[in-house]
Design a binder for this molecule. Structure first.
Ligand SMILES: Nc1nc2c(c(=O)[nH]1)N[C@H]1C(S)=C(S)[C@@H](COP(=O)(O)O)O[C@H]1N2
Ligand SMILES: [Mo]
Length: 224
């Protein structure tokens, strides 16, 4: 009778422990914690990913990584379509600290991590005559940049900032890191990259008066 009670208590104990381990995340009982945001990199102070103002044209977009695709088309030899996993597995990853300046007068300095747009273009094969790259987003937003700028400056399509996967508000799964250009060139929730010969293409804000060049050293309005 006594032994039976001990056995039952032990069994309940073992089951409870196994149950707790399973709740903790996986068979090993190891729980993944969200990685901490880094706030300093190679001696440089970084902003926080919460320092941004959310002012997107249609508010945050919630993109599902499992159904997401990125299309690369236009003046290319091979039109490409990638899943989120394919992009993460296939291309080399790079990091750099870059400051985003919004025309509204705020800025954030962030450690960006991403893949190079040029590597995507190399795989698709840019056709002669192309001079412009147009980025389209899940919210209907778009903006363009010169092909030479994309190639010469190793422009990144970022999937992480300060070591943390981009939150939905910040453009998950990808935001363009358009360094030395105003924030409106930093397209979030990128779903399509079109290679074009239309250097005069005007994106969302550009067609509402913002400069097509978007350089930080110029006014963001086209005048005269
Ligand atoms: N898809 C999309 N990308 C966008 C925008 C937008 O409205 N939609 N706004 C742009 C502007 S004006 C700025 S300043 C930056 C700012 O990024 P944040 O909205 O994450 O602060 O995103 C840019 N990228
Ligand atoms: Mo902006």
């Amino acid at each position: 009778m006594r032994t039976a009670q001990i056995v039952v208590i032990l069994l309940i104990g073992v089951i409870a422990v196994l149950y707790a381990l399973d709740l903790a995340g996986d068979g090993q009982g190891v729980t993944d914690l969200a990685p901490a945001e880094v706030r300093e990199y190679q001696g440089e102070q970084l902003s926080s990913i919460t320092d941004f103002r959310e002012n997107s044209i249609r508010g945050p977009q919630y993109v599902n990584a499992s159904t997401y695709t990125l299309t690369v088309d236009g003046l290319v030899e091979d039109r490409e379509e990638y899943s989120y996993d394919a992009l993460m597995e296939r291309f080399p990853r790079y990091r750099k600290v870059v400051t985003l300046y919004c025309v509204e007068g705020w800025d954030v300095t962030i450690l960006w991590e991403g893949i190079r747009v040029e590597d995507l273009l190399l795989e698709a094969g840019v056709k002669p005559g192309a001079n412009t790259v147009i980025f389209y987003a899940a919210d209907g937003y778009s903006s363009s940049l010169p092909l030479a700028y994309i190639e010469d400056r190793d422009i990144l399509l970022a999937y992480a900032m300060n070591n943390v996967t981009l939150p939905a508000e910040r453009g998950f799964p990808f935001q363009l890191v358009a360094e030395d250009r105003w924030g409106y060139k930093w397209v979030k929730w990128v779903t399509r990259i079109e290679v074009s010969d239309d250097a005069n293409y005007r994106g969302y804000w550009e067609s509402r008066g913002y400069s097509n060049n978007g350089s930080l050293d110029r006014s963001f309005f086209d005048r005269g």
